[in-house]
Design a protein around this ligand. Structure first.
Ligand code: ZN
Length: 269
């Protein structure tokens, strides 16, 4: 069946530039009492710089910038991926059509990734042409009235990413100069996730961030799933574990959130 229709050809897919996404996320983070109530966190936050770069790399990380400052780096590829995933997840949350969502996820994660060479390294990147092709294949996500919901979810997903990176900085994970073992790295990922939850809970609107946090980790789950089935032994802990940890730490908020544990599990199997 050919999904490409003339009608949809002129509709632009939802776009949320990385800079706007990051700026919006910073506003949320700055409103959290979890950071504001702790002098050490506040002092460190003053030394954090948020840096967004235009490469289509689908990644973010925190690093020490020499001296006493820190950088949280976010790449434009991440916003492209988040927006598209947010379109899929947000429609799924409203319709609960799991097979529709899975078809879209399967195509997206099977087709949009490419590798680019930057900063002397190979990176997972997003091919923007493939994102356009995605919307032509799945025109159910090209309904303009739904874009504000997609943007809202994408913003919450990026907010979780930034909170996680801030977690690495606050918990001094960026201070080690030597290579860390897989075991340490796994624990670091887990504690950065929990730190992110605490920041979001400190905004007083924790329940509204549950979906974004879980969908962010689900995105990683699909991303790693595509590459490596044997995640337990990599530097990133099993994504299922990480998702269930988040579910656990948001257990109070889940009662008021617009997503349930069943919704999540149905997408993962
Ligand atoms: Zn991390």
């Amino acid at each position: 069946m050919n999904y490409v229709s003339v009608k949809n050809r002129h509709i632009k897919p939802p776009k949320y530039p990385i800079q706007d996404m990051v700026d919006d996320a910073i506003n949320v983070i700055q409103a959290s009492s979890y950071l504001a109530r702790n002098r050490a966190y506040l002092e460190k936050m003053a030394k954090v710089k948020f840096i967004y770069t235009p490469e289509p790399i689908a990644n973010s990380f925190a690093a020490r910038n020499g001296g006493n400052s820190f950088g949280v780096y976010t790449f434009a590829g991440l916003s492209l991926l988040m927006c598209t995933c947010a379109a899929i997840f947000s429609l799924y949350m409203r319709t609960h059509k799991v097979s529709q969502a899975k078809r879209a996820v399967k195509w997206l994660f099977g087709n949009v990734f490419t590798e680019i060479e930057a900063y002397g390294e190979e990176w997972d990147a997003i091919d923007p042409a493939k994102i356009d092709e995605f919307y032509q294949r799945f025109p159910e996500y090209l309904v303009k009235e739904n874009y504000p919901q997609y943007m809202e979810l994408a913003r919450k997903m990026i907010t979780f990413v930034l909170c996680h990176e801030i977690g690495h900085i606050m918990l001094c994970h960026c201070d080690r100069t030597n290579e860390t073992s897989n075991n340490v790295s796994r624990n670091n990922e887990r504690s950065a996730d929990l730190f992110a939850c605490s920041i979001l809970q400190g905004t007083g609107f924790g329940s509204s961030f549950v979906d974004g946090s879980i969908f962010m980790l689900l995105t990683l789950y699909f991303m790693y799933d595509k590459k490596d089935k044997n995640l337990q032994y990599g530097t990133h802990p099993g994504m299922k574990d990480r998702i269930m940890n988040i579910v656990q730490s948001f257990r109070n908020e889940l009662m008021y959130a617009n997503i349930s544990e069943t919704d999540i599990k149905r997408l993962m199997i």
